[in-house]
Design a protein around this ligand. Structure first.
Ligand code: MD6
Ligand code: FE
Length: 220
């Protein structure tokens, strides 16, 4: 996907360039989160002090290479029993940390910029990648209301987001995502299969050899 870099985008809601369509209902907002990236990273580390990153196990018994944690009223978990949202962190026995205000604010603004007004997420899954890790194609379907979009923010080293169709066999489109990029999807794209290709070796000044992705959802 080509990048048109704006040099002075101050008059516009979306910095660096306008939104770019990935598919019907799915938008890339290049650099939308750049101005608050440091705040988001600080909040992620804060969340992780209370709810540490962990490598969860899929129902099929595979340990995920991507480490995850959550904040908000509900957190996404997987174990041998299945995928679900739950209010308590199974590792600590405590409720997930509260959703940071910076997450809520960014989510509402990004959703609005993509045409989804009034978005109020109650759950945030935080993914941590290192070179060599990947996320296999999946659908996000544990949320109650598929009319609600998902806002996804990329931080740190670059990755290739794989965006497929409504069936696993549909060949995915490859969308490069980098530090500060936001993807918003909903509507006809809401149940599309998607994943993240294996990350290449890289380093970023803000995160070292890591990529963080936060996905903000209305789960309950
Ligand atoms: C990631 N993202 O970018 C993984 N899911 O690390 C997701 O699985 C995802 O980016 C739903 C909506 C947007 C996403
Ligand atoms: Fe997903």
């Amino acid at each position: 996907m080509k990048r048109s870099k704006a040099t002075s985008g101050d008059l516009f809601a979306v910095p660096r360039s306008e939104r770019e369509a990935i598919a019907e209902g799915a938008w890339l907002l290049p650099g939308f989160a750049l101005g608050v990236a440091d705040d988001l990273l600080a909040a992620i580390l804060q969340v992780a002090t209370a709810a540490p990153f962990r490598n969860m196990v899929t129902p099929g018994g595979f340990r995920m290479s991507v480490a995850m944690t959550n904040c908000g009223e509900a957190g996404w978990v997987t174990d041998r029993k299945g995928y679900r949202y739950q209010p308590v962190d199974p590792e600590t026995g405590f409720p997930w940390p509260a959703m940071p205000a910076a997450f809520l604010d960014l989510a509402a603004r990004a959703a609005e910029a993509a045409g989804f007004g009034g978005f109020r997420p109650d759950a945030c899954l935080i993914n941590r990648y290192e070179p060599g890790t990947r996320l296999t194609l999946h659908q996000d379907r544990n949320e109650r209301d598929f009319a609600q979009p998902i806002v996804s923010v990329s931080l740190g080293i670059p990755a290739t987001f794989l965006f497929g169709g409504d069936e696993r066999k549909d060949r995915p489109k490859r969308v490069p995502v980098e530090h500060g990029d936001v993807v918003v999807w909903g509507g006809p794209a809401r149940l599309a299969f998607h994943g993240v290709a294996e990350l290449a070796e890289a380093e970023h000044s803000a995160t070292g050899r890591r990529r963080y992705n936060i996905t903000l959802r209305k789960a309950l």
